[in-house]
Every structure is written in structure tokens, then in C-alpha cells.
Design a protein around this ligand. Structure first.
Ligand code: LLP
Length: 438
């Protein structure tokens, strides 16, 4: 993946950095992010859109991996940023991300979150339901503001890796349904409210999608709906946002398309709906998360104990697990890995990689061939850049790992490893429970 190679000592090298040296410097578990690859993914989207000739925004969905350094990279590459909570918004603002390029998502934004985002004068709110719309209008009125909004609509398309399901209606906690008239009602309300500016429509159909057809159908339905309402009530939609979900290759079985293929399919579908209405062609926005950072991330672990059950299975345990990567336990996600300190050695032994948490479900990889791993070997698991650090937990009071950014043979720490102090930072012991020994 990316800029990784094997050097003369047989060590895995990422972004020109020897992973054995990274272990010595930073310890394990360690998230390693390849800066050049992140930037390349950003540029692939920007270049593909420029080639369509349409106006566009690419907003990085920060839920995939949100740190201040990541916000800086995304900002430098000219992308916008999608945030879903006050914590992600806070991170972006702390990083100096231009607020006009921040989009706020979520199906239950709290009054505090709306206020914080209004005060920051972010670029737009993706409004999810009527209660939120009324609340935003009221708070904006008090502050004398008129924020831009998109309405999240559910077009009745649910896409998974290789297929999509098309229904008239969708059973989802998100957004306004097009099929049953709710979306139309929402557009009419937004059009009427004095303290929000209706910029356009938003839809998101799923994640880790390999085909273009789901995006095409969603684009057609949303664009068709936009065009109809434009004719009916004269509302002009400047923006159609088609969300994220572009797939990546975790293993050889995965077959994502090139970025440009997704982008052109979406652009063409929207253009078709607006054929003959050139002046009204909306901008297209998208929100990729996984496909910007997923394959740029590698997690480095140290192998510890093992347990060989003759004729059954050999378990090999690493110094992390579901706390730094909950995806195998949550979604049966499959990952590939190599021994980073002996990357040239032939993989001859079938083992299963276990985490260190106190439950049987904490398995990182079932049945993988590795080069007879022993205690002290380093295991590098690839494609862990998305939804790993961002979904990490302190279960078993395990400290979250550090994150380093590698580029041109240099490494920069971008998230410190949690300390023991961090672990007990928010604990409070009531006076009556305090012992004389502290
Ligand atoms: N926009 C919206 C409104 C979303 O809900 C999401 C993801 C994205 C954009 C970005 O989707 P992406 O390009 O990353 O697929 N934790 C799960 C993935 C959850 C995705 C949630 N929404 C996982 O680890 O697979």
C-alpha cells in the first residue's frame, strides 16, 4: 500500500521510515499515517471534479480520522470538512480550519452544538429533521444570523459493497423521506423560515461501496426531486451533496473503482437531470472519509504470547486489539498483516491474531498466514487509517496508542500515547471513600 516498501534489512518501511525504528522511538501499538498517500487521495478527488467542469466541494468526513494535524492537511489540500459533533467541530476550530468550509451533520444536534457552530459561523448545517430546523431558525434569529443549510433527504437507496437496494421509502433514523412527501414539506418550511438560507439537498446512501449504480440512482432521485420543486415553488437549489461511502481495498477480494469513475458517474447523473436547464445546474458536493485515510494507515503491534491448540488453532496475541481497532468485533471486518521486522520471510504458518482485552470476541484477524511469529516480532496491520483511532476506546483501561505521521523518511508525532494520568484524569473519589494512603 502507498509508499510502503521492504528495506535491505527486511523491515517494512512506510513513507521512508523503518517500522522497527518507529517502534523503538514511539513504542507499540502505534498508528502510522502515510502523509503522501492522504494528500494523493485528496488530490484524486479534487482533480476528478475539476475535470467535470462543474462547481464542487469535497468535504472530508472527519469521523473517519479526526485530529488537528489531519485538519491541517485537509485544509492545505483545499477540501472542506464534515463534522458531526461539538468535539469534531472543536478539533477543526482549534486547528484553524476555515469555518466557512465546515459542514455540520448529525441527526440530533444539541442546542449547545447549534450555538457553538453558529458562533463560529460555519459554512452550512446539514439539517436532519423538523425539530432541528425550527431550533436552528430560532437560535439564528436571536443572534441575527442566517446560516446556510442543506436538507438531508433519504432517496430510498441503500447501498452496500456490491449491490444497492432501491425502495420508495427508507427505514432510517436520518433525514427527510422523499417517497412519502416529508422532504417536500421540509423544503417548503425551509423556504419559508426567515433565518435559514436553503442552499440545497444532501443524501448519503452507505459506506464501503464498490459500484456506481447506487450513487447514480441516488443522484437521479435527488436531482429529479430538486428540479420538480424548482418548477413547483421556484426554490433554487445551489447544491446537491451526495455524501460519502466510496470503497477501499482492505484485502484482495475488495474491488473499489478509481476515484474518477465515482465522480464522473455522479456528475453525469446530475447533469442529465438538468439537461436543458444549464443556468440551474447545481454544485456537487461529496463527503468521502474512509477513501481519504483508510489505506494510508497501518497499525504496528508487538507480538507477545501464543497458545497452540493441536489440530485446532494457534492463537498469537498482540499488545492491542478491539480497543484500537473495534472493526473486526463490530463488523467482522477482515484485515491483512505482515511481520514488519521480517517482511521478506515467507508466510508459512496459519495463525489467528488475538487482542489483549478480556473477552473472547477480541480477535483482530482469524486465519492468516504469517512467517512463524514469535514473541517480540512486530505485526503491521494495513488499511487501519479510517474508523480505528476515531473509534478507539479505553476498555479495560487500556491507553489509546500514539499516532505518527510519516513522510519522506521523517516521522512526526501527531497524537501522543495516552498516559496513566489520562486514564484517571476524570475520576473523582468522594471524600468519604478516600483512604489515608492516596
Ligand atoms: N457522510 C455521511 C453523512 C456519513 O454518514 C458518512 C459515514 C460519511 C459521509 C463518510 O462515509 P465514508 O466515505 O467514510 O464511507 N464506522 C463504520 C463506518 C460508518 C460510516 C458512517 N457514516 C466503519 O468502520 O466501517
Amino acid at each position: 500500500h502507498g509508499t510502503s516498501t521492504i528495506n535491505e534489512q527486511g523491515h517494512l518501511e512506510i513513507g521512508g521510515c523503518d517500522t522497527v525504528e518507529l517502534k523503538e522511538q514511539y513504542g507499540t501499538p502505534l498508528y502510522i499515517m502515510d502523509e503522501q498517500l492522504i494528500r494523493q487521495r485528496c488530490r484524486d478527488y479534487m482533480d476528478a471534479f475539476r475535470a467535470t467542469g462543474m462547481e464542487f466541494q469535497v468535504a472530508y468526513a472527519s469521523k473517519a480520522f479526526c485530529t488537528m494535524a489531519m485538519c491541517r492537511i485537509v485544509e492545505e489540500e483545499g477540501l472542506s470538512l464534515d463534522v458531526v459533533s461539538e468535539g469534531e467541530l472543536h478539533t477543526a476550530l482549534q486547528a484553524g480550519f476555515p469555518s466557512a468550509r465546515i459542514h455540520f451533520h448529525g441527526n440530533n444536534k444539541t442546542p449547545d452544538e447549534l450555538e457553538m457552530a453558529l458562533d463560529a459561523e460555519i459554512g452550512c448545517f446539514v439539517v436532519d429533521n423538523f425539530i432541528e430546523m425550527q431550533m436552528l431558525d430560532a437560535i439564528a434569529a436571536e443572534k441575527g444570523l442566517k446560516p446556510g443549510i442543506l436538507l438531508r433527504v433519504t432517496p430510498g437507496v441503500e447501498a452496500h459493497t456490491h449491490e444497492f437496494i432501491s425502495t420508495g421509502q427508507e427505514d432510517s433514523k436520518f433525514g427527510f423521506d422523499i417517497g412519502n412527501g416529508t422532504a417536500e414539506e421540509a423544503v417548503k418550511l425551509a423556504h419559508k423560515l426567515a433565518h435559514v438560507e436553503l442552499l440545497g439537498l444532501h443524501s448519503h446512501i452507505g459506506s464501503q461501496i464498490f459500484e456506481v449504480d447506487g450513487f447514480q440512482v441516488a443522484a437521479q432521485r435527488v436531482a429529479d426531486f430538486a428540479r420538480q420543486l424548482q418548477q413547483e415553488i421556484g426554490v433554487i437549489f445551489k447544491v446537491i451533496n451526495l455524501g460519502g461511502g466510496f470503497g477501499i481495498r482492505y484485502t484482495e477480494e475488495d474491488s473499489p473503482l478509481d476515484t474518477a469513475e465515482y465522480v464522473h458517474a455522479i456528475a453525469d447523473a446530475v447533469k442529465q437531470q438538468f439537461a436543458g436547464l444549464e443556468g440551474q445546474l447545481p454544485q456537487i458536493w461529496i463527503e468521502p472519509g474512509r477513501s481519504i485515510v483508510g489505506d494510508a494507515g497501518t497499525t504496528l503491534y508487538t507480538i507477545g504470547t501464543s497458545k497452540d491448540i493441536p489440530n485446532v488453532r494457534k492463537y498469537v496475541a498482540i499488545d492491542g486489539g478491539m480497543t484500537d481497532n473495534p472493526r473486526p468485533a463490530l463488523y467482522d471486518a477482515v484485515y491483512e498483516a505482515v511481520l514488519a521486522n521480517r517482511a521478506d520471510d515467507e508466510a508459512t504458518e496459519l495463525v489467528s491474531v488475538a487482542g489483549k482485552c478480556c473477552e473472547s470476541g477480541d480477535m483482530l484477524i482469524w486465519d492468516i498466514e504469517l512467517a512463524e511469529p514469535i514473541a517480540g516480532d512486530l505485526l503491521a496491520v494495513s488499511c487501519t487509517g479510517a474508523y480505528n483511532y476515531s473509534m478507539a476506546s479505553n476498555y479495560n483501561r487500556i491507553r489509546r496508542p500514539a499516532v505518527v505521521l510519516v513522510h519522506d523518511g521523517e516521522s512526526d508525532l501527531i497524537v501522543e500515547r495516552e498516559s496513566f494520568e489520562d486514564i484517571t484524569r476524570n475520576d473523582v473519589v468522594p471524600a468519604r471513600l478516600r483512604s489515608s494512603v492516596s
